[in-house]
Design a protein around this ligand. Sequence first.
Ligand code: MN
Length: 738
Amino acid sequence: MKVDLEAEKREILRRYRGLLRSSSRSHTAAEKKQIRKAFDVALEAHKDMRRKSGEPYIYHPIAVARIVAQEIGLDTTGIVCALLHDTVEDTYVTLDDIETLFGKKERQIIDGLTKISGVFDHSTSAQAENFRKMLLTLSDDIRVILIKLADRLHNMRTLDSMVREKQLKIASETLFMYAPLAHRLGLYNIKTELEDLSLKYKEPVQYEDIVSKLQKTSAVRTRFINRFMLPIKRELEKEKFKFEIKGRTKSVFSIWNKMQVKKVSFEDVYDVFAIRIIYDSPLEKEKSQAWKVYSIVTDFYQPNPDRLRDWISIPKANGYESLHTTVMSPTGKWVEVQVRSRRMDELAEKGYAAHWKYKEGEAVESNLDSWLAQIREVLESDSENALDFIDNFKLNLFSEEIYVFTPNGDLKTLPKGSTSLDFAFHIHSQVGSQCIGAKVNHKLVPLSHELKSGDQVEVLTSKKQTPKEDWLNFAVTARARQKIKTALKEEKKMIASEGKEILRRKFRNMKVDFLSINITELERFFKVDSATDLYYKIARGKIDLSKMKAFEVQNGRLELVKSKVVKQQEEEEEKPTLTPVVNSKDTLLIGDQKQEFDFTLAKCCNPIPGDDVFGFITIHDGIKIHRVNCPNATELMSNYAYRVIKARWASKELVEFEVKLKFTGIDDVGLVHNITNIISSDMNVNMKGLSFESNDGIFEGDVRVLVTDTDHLSVLVDKLKSVDGVLTVDRVDSDVFS
Ligand code: MN
């Protein structure tokens, strides 16, 4: 396709001028020069790059800068940094260049943006880590986060050109992290747009459905509002108020959300909306005027006393101010009425960016600084959120304790020296008991790994795992040690009861009475300390009951025959008994559509063939198949991308064959995981079963996979051979096509 470069150049300049005009105030000549310089640097740096849509890349930084100027209200520094935000990450421009050309502040912000983007855009990023990194950058400059939000908003607005998979990931992330963040910063409009756009890509059908239904019902709503407001309007006019009435429906997203949460239809939700009365008022009269309006409203309609919210006397943490009441309309419907001044309204929609407008006389730059300071304050004031953890705790100051995070961003306090195993037991005793390893900051570590403050820890478990004796060597916390000991005792008791049954049967066959005198005889013979020990070893196969041939049975009693014992000992010397293999088998089964494999269909979304689905590796329940549009999918995909596996329904055209591969290698905690990863994510191969057994640091394993042909298979074998620790991989012919 031929691109008209001249026309493109004109378009770039047109957009640049649009940016200059969009700024909330006029710039000085010096400021204009700075912005022009940033534009020129970005234009040159990105000149050979294009976006996925084919457009010149520079459209993106210009658009981000425009959002930053117009919708967030940042100043020259913010605009300059927004224009440059992708240069250091994606082009030859260095941080030193930025500092030389612009300054230290700009360097700091671009540095923050470059770092933060690595964190945000990583496919395995988890929330806790993001918040942590974000906080660390926060201490430098809040503008980093605001520009990042603008960046994301523009990416969401232009998500059309991405492939579906990417769209889902980005939309999920946006919904999970960016929208709440915008909300927190009081950027209500941006939050709403981010949510709506996320929904548009995650649930295109439902999104379009709600949009079109909203259009169709708008006349009905307008009529209702007009009728409802008529008496109030007259009264307000009589009282000489200058005011405006907005009847705003909920956003598409919040309607959809309500439909999901309350399990209701659009018709039950669409007419739930707020009527907003915005009045002009001098600052000092704002509050009394709000109550005056309230009084007029409630003269006509009965208020619900439980639903009165006064956020004027006590503004919300994010700066929101408004007076809300819910009143009964003549048609018997509750209607929320929001009363607020013009200033409060702009604040609610634009966040603190609206502030400077109301503080005339002061230098603009200092207003901005106080706004930024306010945002920081907001972030720091609310203690229920992960956002404040680091700042509040000042991690390094507490040397005897460490602070670590769960993948969800929950903070856990542990004594210094604690290991991943301690952490697992701290979460839950069952998690501890089934722990096979952990991921610390996304890297696999053994159970004995010592944790540091700030680590993000994800416990890996297996249903087959049970507490082991040697865990006591590296469990530090009292809680973990006690749980391990109890579990070991419990386990021994359970196994012993199995052994007791085995012995009882053996006695029955031999016509021996199950009496303590006979048990004691055996304890002595097998050289064990107690009956429990005896039963335990029988169950574990550590005692060979065939050796009871050394006894004769008389009247239900066991009588040892010396000569038989000697004979047995001679036999033993000839063929030493084999030590039974310790059962440390971890079996992972990943299935596809066929029922005999170990996966379940998630109950939250009940997928059926034909649905767009993915698999999710749960901690306790194996693999669950979810629909891509499952209500839980957002959280799962954005927070646990590394536990998401591709899944699809059987397609009739594609015939797959089962192949069994045998492999050997050096035992390692991460090995099974790495192998699973290669097979399920890298190769897009369906794995039917994986089992491995390890003994003294060497493992042998089997994996059953479905492949389309031998080429497919040999690529897989090569990949597996490249996994660290894997020594051999061989195809087992006998099992093919079973
Ligand atoms: Mn960008």
